[in-house]
Design a protein around this ligand. Structure first.
Ligand code: IMP
Ligand code: MG
Length: 171
């Protein structure tokens, strides 16, 4: 598999994002990160370790039907958050924004829980695939329309453990 982003490049960018995110919130106020399982888990782990102790975190899991046959944007909740979001600064932490359908759905249901602010951080973005106009305030890398694995991203639940991001062989 061809390496698209090596581990050092990812680490450096994640540290930059951590600084950028913290700078955008008033000093001392809690930032609550919501990791979208499973793909976001490694990005989340590195991101929070580059941030200060005002960070708290939670996990949510959804299954997207968008990839199967129809791009309906229909999404099923597999695991909900442990705590409420009311009045809190929320940052959704996701591996990749592709069509944007999963994120739009997530943003809608989380916004309904009345957070003080709601922003989104995605390690990767494939803008050429976008089907909906979804706001993503923090993007690690913009990539072309290739199927990538590693650093949390999988193909049939494999390759999530790679420290780098690779393009899956297409043969
Ligand atoms: P969206 O709803 O089309 O934006 O899909 C987002 C989800 O599809 C991501 O959270 C990933 O789980 C998955 N996905 C999209 N592109 C890729 C890829 O290139 N590799 C692995 N998973 C991907
Ligand atoms: Mg995902």
């Amino acid at each position: 598999m061809k390496v698209l982003l090596d581990a050092d490049t990812i680490q450096a960018r994640v540290r930059e994002l951590a600084v950028e995110i913290e700078r955008d919130y008033p000093p001392g106020e809690e930032i609550h990160l919501v990791c979208v399982l499973k793909g976001g888990f490694i990005f989340m782990a590195d991101l929070v370790r580059a941030m200060t102790p005002r960070v708290s975190l939670d996990f949510i899991a959804v299954s997207s039907y968008a990839k199967s046959t129809k791009s309906s944007g229909e999404v099923r909740m597999l695991k909900d958050l442990d705590s409420g979001l009311q009045g809190r600064h929320i940052v959704i932490v996701e591996d990749i924004v592709d069509t944007g359908l999963t994120l739009i759905y997530l943003q809608d249901i989380l916004r309904a829980r009345a957070p003080k602010t709601l922003r989104t951080a995605c390690l990767l973005s494939k803008p050429s695939r976008r089907q909906v106009d979804v706001a993503v305030e923090y993007i690690g890398f913009t990539i072309e329309d290739r199927f990538v694995v590693g650093y949390g991203l999988d193909y049939a639940e494999k390759y999530r453990n790679l420290s780098h991001i690779a393009v899956l062989n297409e043969e």
